[in-house]
Design a protein around this ligand. Sequence first.
Ligand code: G3P
Ligand code: MG
Length: 244
Amino acid sequence: MKPWPYPLWLAHRGAGKLAPENTLAAFRVGAGFGFRAFECDVKLSRDGEAFLLHDDTLDRTTDGRGSPAEVDWADLARLDAGGWHSPPFAAEPLPRLAQIAGFCQANGCVLNIEIKPCPGVERVTGEVVAREAERLWAGAAVAPLLSSFKPDALEGARDAAPALPRALLLDELWAGWPEAADALGVAAVITNWRLMDRALVQQLHAKGWRALVYTVNDAPIAERLIADGIDGIITDRVDLLGPR
Ligand code: G3P
Ligand code: MG
C-alpha cells in the first residue's frame, strides 16, 4: 500500500454535534479537542461556488429554505447557519471551501472533502470541487482526500484533478462496488462502520486501498475496528474519542 498521510481520527462535519455542523466554528471546536483531520460535506451554489452543507435543502441547518442549487453564493453567504444549533452560534455563516482550506493550512490540519452533490449535478460538482481543491491546496504537504457516495461525482473529480486522492463511500456493499472502486482509481474505501470487519479490511488492503469508517461514536466499537486494522475513523464524539 502507498503511504497514508492522514491521521487515524477525523472529526465529522467539523466537530460532530458540539457546534453547528460544517461551519468554521465547528472546525475551531474540533481543533480545540486536538483533532488535526476533519470531514466535511461540500456542494455547489447556483453560480458554482463550493461551500459546506450536508442536506439537499437549506431548511434544517440554516434560516434559508429550499435547494441551495437555486441560490447564488452572495445570498447563501448572508444566511445564519448556526442559530438552529444554539444561541451562542447565532449568525455563524456557511463557509466556502476556500475558508476551510485556509483554516486547515493555517492550523496544520488535513481535510476529507465529502462531495455531496445536489440531485442531478453529481458529475459537475465532482469536477468543480476537485479543481477548486487542487487550486486551494497547491503546494500543501498533504492533499485533501475527496470522497463521495456518488460514483459520477468521483468520476468528475478523477477527470478534473487526477492527482488528488479519492475514496468511495459505501452505506451498503452494492453489487459491483469493487469494480467501481477500481475504475475510479480510489486510494481508500470508507464504509458505514457496521459493514466493516477484519475480512473487509484485509480485502481492501489486498487491493492496495485504505479502509476507513463513519460514524463511530462508541469507544468499544472503535477499539474493535482498530484491532481489525482500520486506517481511519470518522467520529462525532470529539469530546469522547480521538487524539488525546
Ligand atoms: O463522509 C462520511 C459521512 O459523513 C457520510 O455520511 O451523511 O454524515 O455525510 P453523512
Ligand atoms: Mg459527510
